[in-house]
Design a protein around this ligand. Structure first.
Ligand code: SAM
Length: 281
């Protein structure tokens, strides 16, 4: 793909496992780049080899100093500087934030070749609500800090997305089940786009039990569904109103499923109620 690229800083997303996911535009920007700023040159060298490119690489991390940023931005004022991370979209739990801010401050063009990100892929295949979500990155490792962050997020009406490691997964799920509710829905998305890709869904208690023994291998995204509106908190009128509203948009079984999930109710009972409400209207 032959393209002309004006001078600037290009944030280039790269695959999260399967090299086939590099976009044609990302490849064209990398081909045109005067400098490729990287997290780990060994990782990016593999991708460049796959694309048949030989490029000047330069290490960049958020703890790189003002001088490194200054040099990269001076180069981006004259030519194409591409920033990549080891996998996925740079800046998403990866370096680049300070560089992008500095580029704006210096009046340097900032643009992107968008592409894979494990958080978004996991959300899209988790079966959890996607209308509102919060990406929270990696949880703190210390128990107290982890509990504090979960307490801060617990009532948010949104799907929560975390990056987590295999060895910590079981313990984190146990803490989540305790603090966010055993019946709350969750999903564990592992090794996305790779040979052993897997998505496990269920309640937080069920997932905690599943991963209690033995750390799963590979890279992991952990998702938590929005809080259940419990039977105690919601009156029958509220449930009926939600069901009527859902019936306006959805077929009976889907409406019953949606409201059952939202209020933590039995799906079959809500299906029967939905059929009755439809017959009455
Ligand atoms: N910038 C990346 C992105 O856009 O997804 C994330 C970088 S962060 C340092 C790395 C974490 O992302 C991993 O520890 C894991 O939690 C998640 N991750 C990356 N690739 C993944 C994959 N193929 N499957 C599941 N999770 C993945």
């Amino acid at each position: 793909m032959q393209m002309d690229f004006p001078p600037g800083l290009y944030i280039v997303a790269t695959p999260i496992g399967n090299l086939g996911d590099v976009s044609a535009r990302a490849a064209a920007i990398l081909a045109a780049a005067d400098i490729v700023a990287v997290e780990d040159s060994r990782v990016t060298a593999k991708l460049l080899r796959h694309l048949g490119l030989h490029k000047k690489m330069r290490a960049y991390h958020d703890h790189s100093g003002e001088r490194d940023r200054g040099e990269l931005l001076a180069a981006a004022g004259q030519g194409v500087v591409a920033l990549v991370s080891d996998a996925g979209t740079p800046l998403i739990s990866d370096p680049g934030y300070k560089l992008v801010r500095a580029a704006h401050a210096a009046g340097v063009l900032v643009t992107s070749a968008p592409g894979p990100s494990a958080a978004i892929m996991a959300l899209s295949i988790s079966g959890l609500p996607t209308d509102r979500f919060l990406f929270a990155g990696f949880l703190p490792t210390k128990d107290k800090a982890k509990a504090d962050m979960l307490a801060e997020l617990s009532d948010l009406r949104a799907t929560l997305i975390f990056y987590e490691s295999g060895p910590r997964l079981g313990r984190t799920l146990g803490v989540m089940a305790k603090l966010l509710g055993e019946a709350r829905e969750g999903a564990v998305a592992r090794e996305l786009t790779k040979r052993h890709e897997e998505v496990a869904t269920g309640t937080l208690a069920g997932l905690a039990e599943r991963y209690a023994e033995g750390a799963p291998k590979g890279e992991i995204v952990l998702l938590v569904g929005p809080p259940l509106e419990t039977a105690d908190a919601a009156s029958e009128e509220q449930v009926e109103a939600a069901l009527l509203e859902a019936l306006d948009r959805l077929p009976t079984s889907k409406a019953a499923g949606e409201v059952a999930r939202r209020f933590g109710r039995d799906r079959k009972a809500l299906y029967a109620l939905a059929t009755e409400l439809k017959a009455r209207s």
